[in-house]
Design a protein around this ligand. Structure first.
Ligand code: PLP
Ligand code: COI
Length: 336
């Protein structure tokens, strides 16, 4: 196995041995190819460069105590990538091509899957880009699908330690009927100004309000928002957030634990009623929140310096399933 300071890994790019590619050309997908180069060449008129025809996914593989490598809910990511592709009129990647490329990329880079006790994992980044040239605003007729991987630690440097979020009214991430529900690059470009300002001001991420009324909680930076109130797990319903697979899993875990689950519009004012709040996603896992600051309105909501009991239980259960130490009763993991 590769030797690294696994316990102190951050969330960032590092080179691994291979990436797996598949090209769509002349109306069909080709065979999977294995490459060791990190570079790609493409036409300068490629639609991904000019018109943002690109979508991506984020998923993880975990090394268990038993040494086995488990990938979490891969088919859900395959399905979501096909939806993102269709959402911006790209050629969707078939589920079997997606899953085989992921399996191959993990196997070929097995020595980079962090050891069980490190708390780190292998981040898997499937990427689909329009490579065919267009100068008119039209879909490409050629596409490249790539899967590359890298070992990562926590996305928010605090890990499972509570962090602060900022609400700013002067930025929107996505419009109600825009592309917020798809995992496309443009949403992330649109979030960078607010995200950088939040970091400069000491916050870990931005808690977006809905773009139309600025009343409801929407997306939480690169993650979904959830709240705990008594025995309830509450998460926003919105047309502009990405359907998080982590959030979907936490809703199921909460139900299994006998909690009630509500998916509904959440008013910002309700932040004062919640016992615990958090951000959830593949990269973020669960990031508990200690403070939300509504910067322009000069309001603060506080949840304490330690992770809440329910968030901790949800976190431990999710991690347990992912690392193979708890029963996977919903068949979420595939051993590679
Ligand atoms: N929301 C956004 C904007 C994201 O980028 C992500 C990350 O993938 C999520 C939510 C969480 O989704 P998932 O749990 O499927 O990783
Ligand atoms: C993920 O959680 O997988 C993400 O894609 C978030 C971010 C790194 C964009």
């Amino acid at each position: 196995m590769e030797t690294k300071d696994w316990k102190n890994l951050g969330f960032g790019y590092s080179k691994t041995d291979y990436n797996v590619r598949c090209y769509f050309k002349d109306g069909k997908w080709g065979k999977l190819e294995t490459h060791s180069s990190e570079a790609i060449t493409m036409h300068m008129g490629a639609t991904c460069l000019h018109y943002g025809q690109e979508c991506f996914e984020g998923m993880k593989a975990f090394r268990g105590k038993d040494g086995k490598i488990r990938v979490f809910r891969m088919k859900d990511n395959a399905k979501r990538m096909a939806e993102s592709a269709e959402g911006i009129r790209m050629q969707p990647i078939p589920e079997d091509v997606f899953c085989n490329a992921v399996r191959e990329a993990v196997k070929l880079n097995e020595r980079f899957v962090p050891p069980f006790d490190s708390g780190a994992s292998l981040y898997i980044r499937p990427l689909l880009i329009g490579t065919g040239p267009q100068v008119g605003v039209k879909p490409a007729d050629e596409y490249l699908f790539i899967v590359f991987v890298m070992p990562v630690g926590p996305y928010f440097k605090e890990g499972f330690k509570p962090t602060d979020l900022a609400i700013y009214r002067e930025y929107d991430r996505a419009a109600p009927h825009g592309t917020g529900k798809f995992k496309v690059g443009g949403n992330y470009a649109a979030s960078m100004a607010a995200g950088e300002r939040a970091h400069e001001e000491g916050f870990s991420a931005v808690l977006y309000l809905d773009a139309k009324e600025k009343k409801y909680i929407d997306e939480c930076g690169p993650a979904n928002f959830f709240a705990i109130q008594g025995n309830k797990y509450i998460t926003p319903r919105s047309t502009s957030i990405l359907e998080s697979i982590t959030n979907k899993s936490l809703r199921q875990i909460a139900t299994d634990l006998g909690m009630e689950v509500e998916v509904r519009p959440i008013l910002e004012d309700e932040l004062s009623n919640f016992d615990e709040v958090g951000a959830c996603g593949t990269a973020a896992v669960i990031s508990p929140i200690k403070r939300v600051v509504d910067v322009e309105e000069n309001k603060e909501y506080n949840y304490g310096d330690e992770p809440g009991k329910v968030s901790t239980k949800l976190y431990e259960t999710l991690r347990g399933i992912q690392y193979g130490t708890m029963e996977d009763k919903h068949n979420w993991v595939e051993v590679i």
